[in-house]
Ligand binder design. Structure first.
Ligand SMILES: C[S@@+](CC[C@H](N)C(=O)[O-])C[C@H]1O[C@@H](n2cnc3c(N)ncnc32)[C@H](O)[C@@H]1O
Length: 383
């Protein structure tokens, strides 16, 4: 069947409308392309198809640069030029906010997407290690088998060095095995994090300078993984915060707290993972740091706060969290999200609690993939 691709949806598939009027999702296509496609699966409200031939290709289509393209499950968006990737991701966000969050285009200020170098940017990764045959790599696309990787063009030089000489990864994998932390997979997953000069495997602590801030991190805690854009993200979040009392919920090691800190401002950070507190203590000054789940902690607090920053995992905020935050009556909420589907749902919840979205900005933290980060500013409506 011949299909016209109207737009991209979350996850990156192209959306077309079939002759029967049903939606068809087609992988590895770009807006405005015309493709000859074959039906792969029929689902309730839509069909899945795959491309047999490109009839009219987008001017933004490029040849994927990575030799592992199509085999490795890591990067799924290498077939468009980097600027267009960022443009498509912004469009996916705006579309999700409209369809799932009830936010009309034009009802908020959309700031230009923040982009950086599209290769060698990633400084945090989980290597898959097969100790039986000493292979290292990533999982294959749509499979649980390992693709042996010798060099990965999105990783920094420090992390690529571990692919050339993998002895440290095998040692770390063995440690995981002996500590019974191997998990259920056939392969051991070894987390690695790199600063400019040092590498952390497992719980090895290293320092990293972001902008002018110094942090202490291990590969086992969350830290933003784009070495070029983390400072811009931190500065942007800090720029949007107002008032003398600011909360950093889902704080990790306190990346945003460090940027938010200023004389006379009270900072409260909440993070569930215990190791984060030990690390945060080393670089955060007067911040109050709580180790707890936000949804539990928030039920016990009745604080006075001007700005609440939230940066939850992909699942978004626990159902009750928006109303708990709203009960503290912060003037502003800054929502940092890596999933615009759960973001849109949560923005609806904040809307019913009296908060209006004023500004949206996408950060293309993960070039060559469909992943991205969004920062949304919400202000309390005057009644
Ligand atoms: C996306 S990361 C953000 C970390 C931090 N804002 C940063 O930029 O480095 C989300 C963090 O939330 C933590 N987390 C996940 N669920 C949580 C919960 N229910 N309560 C508190 N923290 C949670 C994770 O451990 C992780 O550190």
């Amino acid at each position: 069947m011949r299909l016209f691709i109207e737009k991209l949806i979350s996850g990156g598939d192209g959306l077309a409308i079939g002759e029967d009027g049903k939606k068809v999702f087609v992988a590895q296509t770009l807006p405005s392309e015309v493709v000859e496609a074959s039906l792969e699966q029929t689902k309730g409200g839509y069909n899945l198809a795959s491309v047999d031939a490109l009839v009219e290709a987008s001017e933004h289509r490029v040849q994927p640069a990575c030799p592992y393209w199509g085999i490795c499950g890591g990067c799924d968006f290498q077939y468009a030029d980097a600027d267009y990737q960022a443009q498509c991701k912004q469009e996916i966000v705006v579309d999700n906010l409209s369809r799932l969050g009830g936010l009309e285009r034009g009802s908020y200020h959309l700031e230009p997407t923040v982009t950086g170098p599209a290769w060698n940017y990633r400084n945090r990764v989980r290597f898959h290690v097969d100790v039986s045959n000493k292979h290292v790599g990533f999982l294959q696309r749509k499979s649980s088998s390992l693709v042996r990787i010798e060099s990965c063009p999105i990783l920094t030089g420090q992390l690529n060095a571990l692919l050339s000489d993998s002895k440290p990864l095998f040692e770390a994998a063995r440690k995981l095995m002996f500590a019974n932390r191997g998990g259920k997979s056939r392969y051991l997953e070894v987390p690695a994090f790199a600063s400019e000069r040092k590498v952390s495997l497992l719980d090895k602590e290293i320092d990293i300078t972001v902008g002018e801030k110094r942090f202490f991190v291990t590969s086992e805690v969350f830290f933003q993984s784009n070495r070029y854009l983390t400072a811009a993200l931190g500065e942007y979040v800090a720029d949007k915060a107002i008032g003398t009392s600011v909360m950093d919920l889902y704080s990790g090691v306190g990346t945003f707290s460090a940027f938010l800190a200023q004389p006379g401002r009270r900072i409260v950070a909440v993070e569930r993972q215990k190791q984060c507190l030990q690390l945060a203590k080393k670089h955060l000054g007067d911040c109050e740091f709580y180790t707890d789940a936000v949804e539990v902690w928030a039920k016990r607090q009745y604080p006075s706060v001007d700005t609440v920053v939230v940066d939850p995992p992909r699942t978004g905020l626990d159902q009750g969290v928006p109303s708990l935050i709203a009960s503290w009556k912060p003037q502003r909420i800054v929502y940092v999200s890596c999933n615009s589907v759960t973001l849109a749902r949560d923005l609806q919840r904040f809307a019913s609690e009296g908060y209006t979205v004023t500004t949206v900005r996408v950060f293309d933290l993960y070039p060559q993939t469909f992943h991205h980060e969004v920062v949304v500013v919400l202000d309390r409506r005057e009644n």
